[in-house]
Design a binder for this molecule. Structure first.
Ligand code: FES
Ligand code: FES
Length: 161
């Protein structure tokens, strides 16, 4: 069956069964492999993307339910030759970048969270990250990055793309 998506501001059409996870569509059909799949069961957050204005686990979302709202993946947070998103900048400067499996999902969760929470405290950031698991390193520098990004001058999303 054909599904029409909007991914990172571009129209995309895929011919897959309606129950195909959005993460598979992104990675295998649209070649957007910044979205990672670790558990595949909605428990780790590595597959997090933005659907409309909320962060979702794309491994749990059937593609048939992703047509109505725009999808943003980590590749769409900033233009290829443009400045990084403030969360990405802060993840670098605060040494919050960890492995390639968990980091994209953390970035997507935090960028979505900060769009609706202008001045969070550390507890709110940790709560926002409850769906994003790191099995090995810890969250201290990631929380620092979120607070640093929140303190940076907000940049309207349309100006970053
Ligand atoms: S891969 Fe989707 S939550 Fe783990
Ligand atoms: S799971 Fe990515 S650094 Fe631990």
């Amino acid at each position: 069956m054909n599904y029409r998506l909007t991914v990172n501001g571009r129209a995309a059409e895929v011919d897959v069964p309606g129950g195909t996870p959005l993460s598979d569509v992104l990675r295998d059909h649209l070649h957007l492999r910044g979205t990672k799949v670790s558990c595949g069961t909605g428990r780790c957050g590595s597959c997090t993307v933005r659907l409309g204005d909320r962060a979702v686990a794309s491994c749990l979302l059937p593609v048939a339910l992703a047509e109505a709202e725009p999808v943003t993946t980590v590749e769409g947070l900033s233009a290829p030759d443009g400045p990084l998103h403030p969360v990405q900048e802060a993840m670098v400067s605060c040494h919050g970048v960890q492995c390639g499996a968990c980091t994209p999902g953390m970035v997507m969760t935090l960028s979505t969270f900060l769009d609706t929470t202008a001045d969070p405290d550390a507890g709110q950031v940790r709560e926002a990250l409850t769906g994003n698991l790191c099995r090995c390193t810890g969250y201290h520098t990631i929380v620092d990055a979120a607070l640093t990004a929140a303190a940076a001058a907000p940049t309207p999303r349309e100006d970053r793309l």
